[in-house]
Design a protein around this ligand. Structure first.
Ligand code: SAM
Length: 205
């Protein structure tokens, strides 16, 4: 068994999330791997998350993993520009018996919604949407994160293209720009976790 498969096996995905994953595949929406999910849940628990923002709800797989790690009274705000995927996510949340008030699903683009989120209001911010826009999001993400919170982005390996210097497509370049911006900031501590397609985390110092 490969290391990746082993990490996913250890994640031991609960049934409602496994069902959401199956439905995500049916509607053609990519979803984070179980090992990414269990990492997100652990990070949410580590910061005792009461409020989380997710950019890229998809069909709700990562949404459910984040909620699993949050406080029982925690509220997750999740943004997606695709209404059909978000309807699938709402169905997955209902199937998992998540109370409606715990998940605020916003149909819209991240660029429109991020500026409206409260300063310092969130314990964890997770992005899994449009890498080309991530460098532009960074000032907003820093603004909405509370002191001691965690920023996270899924896909930093970008199917091994970020490490391949001959790859120059726009998304790959945007990932490199984001990594460079985080390193240049000095006031955040970034780390790449090789789970799934790569989880980039950054903790403001
Ligand atoms: C990879 S899927 C998210 C999967 C989800 N995080 C999961 O693991 O279950 C990416 C999602 O980002 C959404 N998206 C792409 N660009 C966006 C943008 N600019 N603003 C908001 N959502 C966006 C897509 O509609 C899609 O549902």
């Amino acid at each position: 068994m490969s290391t990746v498969s082993f990490a996913d096996l250890v994640a031991d995905e609960p049934e409602p999330i496994a069902s959401a994953r199956a439905h995500a595949a049916e509607v053609g929406c990519p979803a984070i791997a179980p090992a990414v999910g269990t990492t997100l849940a652990a990070l949410s628990t580590a910061v005792n998350a009461r409020a989380v923002v997710e950019i890229g709800t998809g069909a709700g797989v990562s949404t459910l993993w984040l909620l699993a790690g949050m406080r029982p009274d925690g509220v997750l705000t999740s943004v997606d520009s695709d209404g059909e995927y978000q309807r699938a996510a709402r169905a997955a949340l209902n199937d998992a018996e998540i109370p409606t008030q715990r998940a605020r699903l916003i149909n819209g683009s991240a660029a429109d919604v991020l500026p409206r989120l409260a300063d310092g209001g969130y314990d964890l911010v997770f992005c899994d949407a449009a890498p080309g826009e991530y460098p532009d999001y960074l000032p907003h993400l820093r603004r909405v994160l509370r002191s001691g919170g965690i920023l996270a982005w899924h896909g930093v390996l970008w199917r091994d293209r970020v490490a391949d210097q001959s790859a120059r497509d726009a998304d790959t370049v945007a990932w490199r720009d984001l990594l460079a911006a985080l390193k240049a900031e000095k006031t955040v501590r970034p780390a790449v976790l090789p789970v799934g397609d790569g989880l980039l985390i950054a903790v403001p110092a």
